[in-house]
Design a protein around this ligand. Structure first.
Ligand SMILES: NC(=O)c1ccc[n+]([C@@H]2O[C@H](COP(=O)([O-])OP(=O)(O)OC[C@H]3O[C@@H](n4cnc5c(N)ncnc54)[C@H](OP(=O)(O)O)[C@@H]3O)[C@@H](O)[C@H]2O)c1
Length: 290
């Protein structure tokens, strides 16, 4: 239950008919190093998830490929039975091999198995939102998606998935998916220093579809930039808070899923992301992604 006295920055957004806080939480880095195996400190990992809910967060991003299974098991252990308002967004389309790589798994039988595995590890009868992860570790690839996305549409009709999205997708693939069935979100890499999706974000905003940047803080190597540090110092804020505030101000359809394995960082990020950036701040930060 949300006992937070301060509202989360950014307000809410609707993923289809499911309202979520724009300030969410990304659970990937709760797993062990390289997103493999259990966390170094399981108690802290469980505490982070419980704190997310205490702060009022209603959007958690995950995948059964994280760990694999570990992240979903942690979410289940920390939060099940889930609060009514909590939405857990998962993704399918890649698996893990013994070396920790992310080989694609997008044949119909792979996707059916992955949806079943997510249902089981999260302990739910239907998944709120499932993203089809496309491309590979190097980024989006111009591959066809009709068969894979069509399989998820079948699973949606079977009542196992409420809403669909795509991830690691080109603008062309987003359009291809939309020609098959409605999507509620696109999850791609985007942050202050990586802004290749600017046009896509604006197009999705016009359609009322969420854009959910992964690696909002830079991912495994958090963002470092002299302009970011200068703005943060001037505002007496952390660079991470400025990076998140910039995303919230960038477009109303951007939902945040910053990751952290630390309760202290989670609180810091939730408190800091509401920072108001002036046009001077924005102009200075704009130089980073150019
Ligand atoms: N669709 C896809 O293909 C895909 C790919 C990657 C990720 N994702 C999703 O995107 C989510 C976010 O990505 P991410 O977690 O990898 O990257 P991120 O949110 O950009 O950054 C997380 C990193 O920032 C650090 N951090 C967070 N708050 C901090 C603070 N206040 N001060 C200093 N360091 C801080 C974290 O370290 P600490 O743990 O020490 O705080 C962690 O190393 C993931 O959880 C996952 O759900 C999706």
């Amino acid at each position: 239950m949300n006992t937070a006295s301060t509202p989360l920055p950014g307000g809410t957004w609707n993923l289809g008919d499911l309202p979520v806080t724009r300030f969410g939480y990304g659970a990937m880095q709760l797993a062990g190093p390289g997103v493999m195996g259990p966390p170094a400190d399981q108690d802290e990992a469980l505490a982070v998830l419980r704190e997310a809910v205490e702060l009022g967060i209603t959007h958690i991003d995950t995948s059964d490929a994280y760990g694999p299974r570990i992240t979903n098991q942690l979410i289940h252990k920390a939060l099940h039975p889930y609060p009514d308002a909590l939405r857990i967004v998962t993704k399918v389309g890649a698996t893990r091999d013994a070396q920790g790589a992310w080989p694609p798994a997008r044949r119909p039988e792979d996707l059916r198995r992955a949806v079943r595995d997510n249902l089981e590890s999260l302990g739910v009868d239907a998944l709120d939102v499932v993203n089809l992860r496309l491309g590979d570790a190097t980024g989006p690839q111009p591959e066809p998606l009709a068969e894979a996305f069509g399989t998820l549409v079948e699973l949606q009709r079977e009542g196992l998935i409420r809403h669909l999205g795509v991830s690691n997708a080109t603008a062309q693939q987003v359009a291809e998916a939309q020609a098959i069935a409605p999507i509620v979100c696109v999850q791609n890499m985007y942050n202050l220093a990586h802004r290749y999706d600017d046009d896509l974000i604006d197009r999705l905003a016009a359609q009322g579809i969420a854009y959910v940047p992964f690696f909002p803080l830079g991912g495994f190597s958090p963002l470092q930039s002299s302009a970011l540090s200068a703005v943060a110092a001037r505002l007496e804020a952390t660079p991470m808070a400025v990076a998140l505030a910039w995303l919230l101000q960038r477009s109303a359809n951007i939902l945040l899923i910053p990751g952290t394995s630390s309760v202290a960082h989670l609180r810091q990020n939730a408190a800091g992301a509401g920072l108001a950036l002036s046009s001077e701040d924005l102009a200075e930060l704009d130089q980073i992604g150019r």
